[in-house]
Design a protein. Sequence first.
Lengths: 211, 791
Amino acid sequence: MEADPKEARKSTKGGWIFLLAGLIGALIVGWIIFPVLLYSEKSQPLTFSHASHGPESDAGLDCEECHFFYKDGTFSGIPKIKKCIECHEDPESPLTESPEEVKLFTEYVGPEKEIPWLIYSRQPDCVYFPHIAHVKMAEIECSVCHGDFATRKTSPPYKVNRLTGYSIDIWGRNIAGYKRNTWDNMKMDDCAECHTKKGKEDNNACFVCHK
Amino acid sequence: MEFNRRNFIKFAVGGTGGILLSPLPWKLIDDIAIWTQNWSWVPVPVRGKFSYLNSVCTLCPGACGIQVRKVGSRAVKIEGRGDYPVNQGGICPLGMAGLQILYNEGIRWKAPMKRVGPRGSQEWKEIPWDEAIDELATRIKGLREKGSPEKLAAIDGNQSRSTMALLIKRLLSSIGSPNYMVMPREEDTYDMVNFLMQGSRGPIAFDLENADFIVSFGCSLFDGWGAPGRMLSASREWVKNKTYLVQIDPRTSNTASKADLWLAPFPGTEAALALGMAHVIIKEKLYSKEFIENHTFGFADWFEEDGVKHKGFSRIVLEKYSPQVVENITGIKGRVIIEVARKFASAHAPIALAGRGKGTLPGSLYEFMAVHALNALKGRVNKKGGPLIADDIPLAQWSDPEYDPVAMDGLKKARVDLAKTPRYPFSRSLVNKFTETINNSHGSPIDTLMLFSANPAFTIPDSQSFIKAMAKIPFIVSFSPFMDETSLMADLILPDHTHLEKMADIVWPTGIQYPLYALSQPVVKPIYRTEHSGDVIISLAKRIGGPVSGSFQWANFEEALKERVKGLYDSGREKVSWADIKENGYWSIPAHSFEGGSDIFQTPSKRFEFFSTEIELAIKAYSKGKSFDDALLDLGISSKGDEVYMPHYEEIKSGADKKEYPLLLFPMELINLASGWIGNPPYLNKTLFDHQLKRDDLFVEVNPKTASQYRLKEGSKAIIRSPKGELRVRIHLFHGAMPDVIFIPFGLGHTAYDKYLKGKGVNPNEIIDQVEDPLSGQPVWWNTRVKLIRI
């Protein structure tokens, strides 16, 4: 028996709904579900408040107090526990009432153990980034790359890409890679964009950073 | 509205569209690419704080300054040192890959070893250092007790004038053996040129940065010649100064392709080309009259005191090397020769360079003299931009070693390699003749052979002969840090540190214009149970005892080195302390003293000699008791008359029949392929193209015209056969290769080392038909006749 052509036409009528369903479903997967699945989330070992340490706070520390340059020009990065102990020295007289400070004393200051910070801006192995060339020579503010960390009250959750093992802050929190601020992304193209803008195209040569 | 096939397709199309409109695929592509870089087995340096140490690379005589980046105790990167005069930040691929020489455990001897199985069986026993040194000391003491200390020989690959080389030489002479040999090197030929034409010993330096017209007779200036880091900086200067470069090369090497003019004469006829240029310069009177008249000897015809007339260099060149004649010899058009000669002569600071490839292998003495004669014609010797006579580096001399009667008798014996004998009066050592003597002897005239920083079983031409000779020598001691071909045939291994683990010095890096003493320092602690060969020699001498011990008064190598360096301080020219030299890594006088006049020439005539009095004396001495023609025949000289004392063209003879072996094998050196005693590091293997090395197959470069005669295509397999043996290779068609010549790189075809090197490619030295250079007796690498067989 031959199929009734009318029947066939009827069954495809409204097929656009399927098209739309597929489209919308895929868009939801691509834009919402995928980014959630792609990253796992970890919290920092301690909640650190830049706001209560920085220049505007009671502590009133300059950025360079903790994030300083060594004599040979290398950057200290995140301070070692010894630096914390310079102020947080006595568990009997804590500086705040924060339970995080108690944790600092019991878990790290007491046993003099380094805090295993998760670094948002860690670059791949064998990529060489000299802070001194950017901060001292080019006089670029920290926030240009790192955002406004200095006034943050908490440490944002550290999200790591399950495939690459890199922090989400390298690609950027926007899954499409769309960037609104200079500090949103930290991929190679972002370095190159700034070099080019500042007339330093020579520094886009491979061996300048990949050593 | 059922979910049938058509609607499913619509759903799928919508889904695909939606995915493509989302960042998912693009982000995944990026992530997957990164994921592949982060596989757990991909090696990455440890994380940690960087520290930097300065040293000097001693992998070649170039002595480039290096900066080693370390994380903790691990060296993670080698870079060129920017504040170092030789290379100014530049570095060659081998220098950069130096970490793989240090850390590749598959190629290193990890402790002293004694052979337990038959030779070559690779059955070894690890022994304590004391026992190892004692064994060698006992053997040498035995030779001395028997009154035959000359049966001890050493082959040394260390840089000439280095403290290490002097220590080894001193050890042999205090024991009583004249058989201290160095590996053949280009410096040998230039040393002879310097001695015969200028009367001084030592290297000739080249002020390339200040030259404005360079004729390189085969030096691959951009392919690893000299100190490669220096050549990189020099090439920048040349672009700035519009320096004109003429490259003479049978193949479009990197250097040829970057030159202003590329000439490809038949290989081995470079001397004729140089003399063809000289002909034009003399004929058109373009030479420096002031220099020729006041500071040279033998340019014009002259009479001896007894009235014997001699032809001058100018007459011989005018008679024998007209552009037409030279065109027939070299294949270069006469008008091109005239044009280049005129350009050379009209340049403000022209310079002519002799040599081949990286400038590490000896060349033909008469050819080097012919090229250097061009410099003299223009009066460029010791002028800015010219070839320079080396200034003295005021290192302190050690006191003379002590000799007992045994040593004195031993030192009077003839050298096994015949160097410095009337037959080979000018060569310092001839490893090729050493091999020949041993192979032609009934037993072995050598009982114990020591090897330092050398791998002759791989790098000597006709390497099979050397291996045959080794088999005859009763006892072989290798000081190599590496499990190379030569040390695998040894009986006792006393492994040295690698270049990053030890102190060493280079006195006057190759070709540098100004005096420089470079000090290499350990950047990491020794990884294995190795010992500095310098310390081992001092300890060995003490155990041999007697006057040998007395000649080695130092506690260790560093003390011996420091005693020499003290001379730099005492000289007062540049007040520097040991601490300064250690910190800087070098001592240097930043400028050469450009002196003119005859007082710079120490020849018998006190002038620059076109007619070499020393050659005349040597040939006369050798021909005593035989006919003059026989003497010349013996010396390998085919010319007659006054020409034999002067730069001239000698067709290098080859025993092979040209009909049977119609092609020429031309071994070449590549900047990214280590070809000396250092095995090529895996990093550099990765830089070879698929048409150079594919899996284990080595490709040779052949002109398509030649290849088509043998019905060979790109990638075809073939056999290259010389009278000495055959090699299996594949063919790479290359228009830049001269027809009828096969170009094969040095450095592959190891039978030792690890999986990254062993069995990869073939070693041209196995089939090089060693021809002797006339007069000097040095091996000639570039004259092997071969045939090509399609398989």
